[in-house]
Structure formats: structure tokens, C-alpha cells
Write a protein that binds this ligand. Sequence first.
Ligand code: FES
Length: 159
Amino acid sequence: MNTFAFNHANEEKFSALLERYPDKSSLMLPSLWMVQYQEGWISLDAMQYVAKKLECSAMEVYSVASFYTMFNLQPIGTYHLQLCKTLSCMLAGSKTLQEHLQERLGIRAGETSKDGKFTLSLVECLGSCGTSPCMRLNDDYIENLTVEKLDALLEELSK
Ligand code: FES
């Protein structure tokens, strides 16, 4: 039995988008975003639900959801730290930041802290190479990162 369904707000948003988009399949990405903002992540149940809404196969939904790293396919912490690991950020010290984060949070990349507060992910270029090293904190960009800046941020978020 499928346990996922859009909440009322998302159901209304979906109906409104249906009027504006040329066909149901065009609503794949907006639907996945709605699931993620509602639940924090996209479960297999939710993918089946989206497939039914869009009249496509669950495999089609899965192939899109698993292609983009911004979609979480497992539960994540309150704060999702997505550290860029691509060239500009790597040359600017992202590896050092990764090691620092892993040590401070007691987790490795891809894991969530025991208190459920922090998830650390390594991602490809965030499109902010000019201000590297760069990291996403949920929907915000933290740029020109340093170990000191990270420490201050973690301090603030841990309160
Ligand atoms: S390489 Fe990190 S933002 Fe582009």
C-alpha cells in the first residue's frame, strides 16, 4: 500500500501547474521538488505516487530522481551540508574542509549525524566556482569557505 500523498497545498499547486504545462510528463521535476519539500526526501512510495499522477512508470520517475544529486533518496538531517568537490573548490581547499567537517560531526560523506541534525554530502560543481570553496546549506550557498567560517556556522546551527 502506498503511504505517500501530496498534502493539500501541494495538491493545489499540482493542479495549478497542470493548467500551465503542456503535458503531465513536463511536471516531473516540479512534482519531485514538491515531494522533497513536503517530506525532506523522496521515497520509493513517493516515486510510485508521482508516477501515477504523471501517468508514467515508476522507473521513469526513479531515473530522473536518481540522476540529480539535489534530490535526496534517503532521509536527511535538519541541515544538509552539500560540499562541492569539483576542481575549483578542490584546488581552493574543499578536501581540507571535508576532513574538518567529518571530524567535527563524527560522520563521513553520505552520512547523517546521530542526533539527526547534519547530513554531509559531496556534490559536483555548484556553479559558484568564482567564490570557491563553496557549500550548500539546505537552499543557501555559503561561499569563500574557510575552516574558521565552518566552525562559526556549525556553532550557530548547533544551538
Ligand atoms: S567547482 Fe565548486 S562551485 Fe564550481
